[in-house]
Design a binder for this molecule. Sequence first.
Ligand code: AMP
Length: 278
Amino acid sequence: MQIIRTVPELRAAIAQWRERGEKISLVPTMGALHEGHLALVKEGLNHATRAIATIFVNPRQFAAHEDLSRYPRDEQGDLEKLRAAGASAVFLPDAEVMYPAEFATTVHMSGPATAGLEDKFRPHFFDGVATVVAKLFILADADFAIFGEKDYQQLLVVRRMAKDLNIQTEVFGLPTIREADGLAMSSRNRYLSTQERQQATEIHRALSQAAVAIRGGKAPALASRAAKRALTKAGFRVDYVAARNGQTLGLPQGAGEPLRLLAAAWLGKTRLIDNIPV
Ligand code: AMP
């Protein structure tokens, strides 16, 4: 596995593979890797002969008050996991490599995929994600990019951005990998105390109960409200629980459309997000 920290090295590795006619998958991450990330790498290798993982804690998607400085970092552990998962290369740029001092471009997202969920609580977030992912897509010139449904709105935003900018990388979404008790794997789970870790299972439970209720005929808005109440009762401070169209993230229009239930809620200082299909 090649460990790459600069743009010229990355370009050289990719050019070599391209010359041999190899296909390339890209897996962008912020590190502190878990089984969810590794599943993306393995999925990348189902589509292509080469998988490039990137590890970059992107300052542009954190607001000043957020957890950039304490975001978990474990470079050695990450490299071992990526090697074992079969990654061909890992790109770990410094912030100066991605954003030199004179850097002046932002990819600004608007439209239905960025209307009213994460963007409402983290207004800087999707422009930061779109900017860094656009740079990675252009740099890696990958055939495929694999993202997790765990960050469902992000997946749709990245897909939109790639289409809008005529980037030919095909974006795949992989279902969320969970712990045995249902909690979605997340680098941020490392922040949870033992007690919070137990409480955290409620987020998947509440969403699952809401999904069952909606399938049984309950109005999506009512089921979401009940899930929000259940999370509050379990000790969460809830940003949102929402039922949305699973393809557009627009508000549900009536029977027959694919629905997605999405939630974001705080346990102490940790913000957890999760979502499930109905
Ligand atoms: P992050 O390192 O949190 O920025 O995540 C990098 C990629 O891994 C994103 O595409 C996430 O959606 C994906 N991911 C994170 N957690 C999971 C999970 N539990 N299952 C599947 N994919 C995940």
